[in-house]
Design a protein around this ligand. Structure first.
Ligand code: ZN
Length: 241
């Protein structure tokens, strides 16, 4: 077995199999690219073969990343909700640049990528993803405080403090002293779901458990849609986290 990093594709695993009669190329469930080399085959031929199938491999890898819930970024702008957008465009430098922009109360993360590199390139995808996750904390700090404040005012549920966290597997929490923590990833949700998570945490200031009085309170502030919103949140978690 031999692992070779091929530009624009990433690591490719080559396995020699003397029982194999021809070259096999596949992208497995983990997104790994594996090539079987037959008894009389050569690495050189296998590498050329992989390069000739580059588009097919990239397509396969991005489908798998998407299925695994990993973000696959492409050129263009996505408005995640009324307050948060990510815009990816190209420039003629070989670097990735990112900056925050606030316009009309909308937080926009602008990413510039080299125009000469395919945006589907695995390495570029991971650099873009790193940039975004770094700026997201700041973006969330610009977006979330006013949202929780508004809901707190409207419901009369007050909290003692707010922390924006980088938690990956948890949208929010409420401490015994009613200090609320919200994950920066919330800003990628549709607004009704952000509100739902905030309502959920604010209701914990009254009930520290998930008992029936807690759910009744949440439901009353969600217009009777708690179950539906919880279901939508579970579905979106699979794609987003
Ligand atoms: Zn809870």
């Amino acid at each position: 077995m031999k692992v070779v990093n091929i530009e624009g594709i990433g690591d490719v695993i080559f396995v020699k199999n003397n029982r194999s009669k021809k070259y096999y190329l596949r992208v497995n469930k983990l997104g790994e690219v594996r090539v079987t080399i037959p008894m009389f085959g050569t690495y050189k031929f296998a590498v050329d073969y992989v390069q000739s199938k580059k588009d097919w491999i990239i397509d396969g890898k991005s489908k798998i990343s998407a299925a695994k819930g990993k973000k696959v970024y492409s050129i263009g702008r996505i408005d995640y909700n009324e307050k948060f957008s990510i815009s990816i465009s190209t420039h003629d430098k070989m670097t990735v640049k990112s900056q925050e922009e606030i316009s009309r109360q909308r937080e926009i993360i602008n990413i510039l990528v080299p125009s000469t590199v395919d945006i589907q390139n695995a390495e570029l995808q991971s650099i873009v993803s790193e940039h975004i996750s770094k700026i997201m904390l700041n973006a969330a700090k610009n977006v979330l405080p006013s949202m929780i404040e508004e809901i707190s005012q409207a419901t009369g549920l007050s909290y003692s403090g707010l922390r924006i966290s980088s938690a990956q597997r948890r949208w929010g929490s409420c401490s015994s002293t009613n200090s609320i923590s919200l994950s920066k990833n919330l800003i990628k949700l549709p607004t009704p779901l952000i509100n739902f998570v905030i309502i959920h945490e604010l209701c914990h200031t009254k009930h520290k458990n998930h008992g029936k009085y807690f759910h009744a309170l949440v439901d009353s502030y969600c217009g009777g849609k708690e179950k539906q919103l919880a279901k939508e949140l579970r579905q979106i978690e699979k794609v987003l986290l």
